[in-house]
Design a protein around this ligand. Structure first.
Ligand code: MN
Ligand code: ZN
Length: 344
């Protein structure tokens, strides 16, 4: 009889179950068996749970911020060995379509994202190709190492934005994604404005390198963006880390001429935007999805001390208590920065 493992499955929107599934075994393609140690809860996981993530399919074992220990390797798994601590790339792609051919597998036509379209990391074991495993910095705890994944998302967005030192950047939203964005954007040396609705998060953003902050509930973002940029020009780059229904309209409004607007949300709620804002300012509106092989870059930044991921998570739950963790996340308690599920 096959050995069973436990997993957290979203059977359908709003229905979270702890299920038993067959323990995966390695084969020619998935030649590394990883004992999962921790998996982060991301906004997109919450979206899959609540049925607001348009990309997901059900039923699904979710979780895409996946770290663990290599416990078995098969033929050809040259880059990793038993005992290695690794993070797993969530992107799997066909390798043949237009996006893949031009080097953008993160938007492959047949994209299958772990924890989204195929089963992810809220379980005890996964078998994956060795090419999807990246060695964790030695000094980083597993719980903290899950933050490498959201940091890759930030690296991807800054790369899509073609961020440069002379840019004046607006980061809309200072939650888990926004704070990761700030940690990467500050390395470019550009001026950074962070906007949010929570004063504590804005104070943290200033401590972590934001030059200016805007409280969206108390201040007018259009006026403040003019005030905080050279000659009232407005941000030359704006990145949506809030991903609310109105964020895109706000960013089109505040971004200066010839600027770049980066969207990251997955909402399908219609929102009114006018062509005039884009055409008259000749804005580049670009999506940034997942990440395109950015794990090693982030791990190098962590190893060199340029990015600090130590003790940035706020809460951990055992993965079998995932329901409690998602319920707690729904309280929007102001202490929440990052919730991590652990498997030990
Ligand atoms: Mn994530
Ligand atoms: Zn493809």
């Amino acid at each position: 009889m096959a050995v069973k493992i436990k997993a957290v499955q979203i059977e359908k929107p709003e229905v979270l179950k702890i299920i038993e599934m067959d323990k995966p075994s390695i084969d020619e393609k998935n030649n590394v068996l990883v004992k999962i140690k921790a998996s982060g809860i991301c906004g997109s996981d919450v979206g899959i749970y609540h049925g607001t993530n348009a990309a997901a399919t059900y039923p699904r074992v979710i979780g895409h911020e996946i770290v663990g220990e290599v416990v078995e390797t098969g033929f050809g798994a040259s880059k990793v060995k038993v005992g290695d601590r690794v993070i797993i790339d969530q992107v799997t792609a066909c390798g043949h379509c237009y996006a893949c051919r031009i080097g953008r597998p993160n938007v492959c036509q047949h994209l299958a994202v772990r924890g989204d379209h195929i089963d992810g990391g809220y379980r005890e074991y996964m078998a994956v190709p060795y090419t999807d495993c990246y060695i964790l910095p030695d000094f980083l705890r597993y719980e903290d190492a899950v933050l490498i994944e959201p940091t890759t998302i930030a690296v991807q967005a800054c790369s899509r934005a073609e961020l440069k030192a002379e840019d004046e950047l607006l980061i809309l939203g200072s939650g888990a994604l926004g704070s990761r964005m700030l940690s990467i954007a500050r390395l470019y040396g550009c001026r950074i404005i962070v906007a949010d609705v929570v004063d504590e998060k804005l104070a943290e953003a200033r401590e972590n390198g934001a030059d200016y902050t805007i409280n969206l509930l108390k201040e007018n973002i259009v006026e403040k963006c003019k005030e905080y940029t050279t000659d009232g020009y407005g941000p030359t780059v704006s990145i949506d880390c809030a991903c609310t229904k109105d964020s895109l309209g706000t960013l089109l409004e505040v971004t200066g001429n010839a600027g770049r607007v980066i969207t990251m949300g997955f909402s399908v709620a219609p929102t009114e935007v006018t062509q005039f804002k884009i055409t008259s300012k000749e804005l580049d509106v670009r999506g940034s999805r997942l990440q395109n092989r950015k794990f090693q870059e982030v791990i190098d930044l962590v190893n060199s001390g340029k990015v600090d991921l130590d003790h940035k998570i706020s809460h951990t739950f055992k993965f079998t208590d995932a329901q409690k963790a998602f319920d707690f996340n729904d309280t929007h308690d102001p202490s929440i920065r990052k919730i991590v599920l652990t498997m030990d």
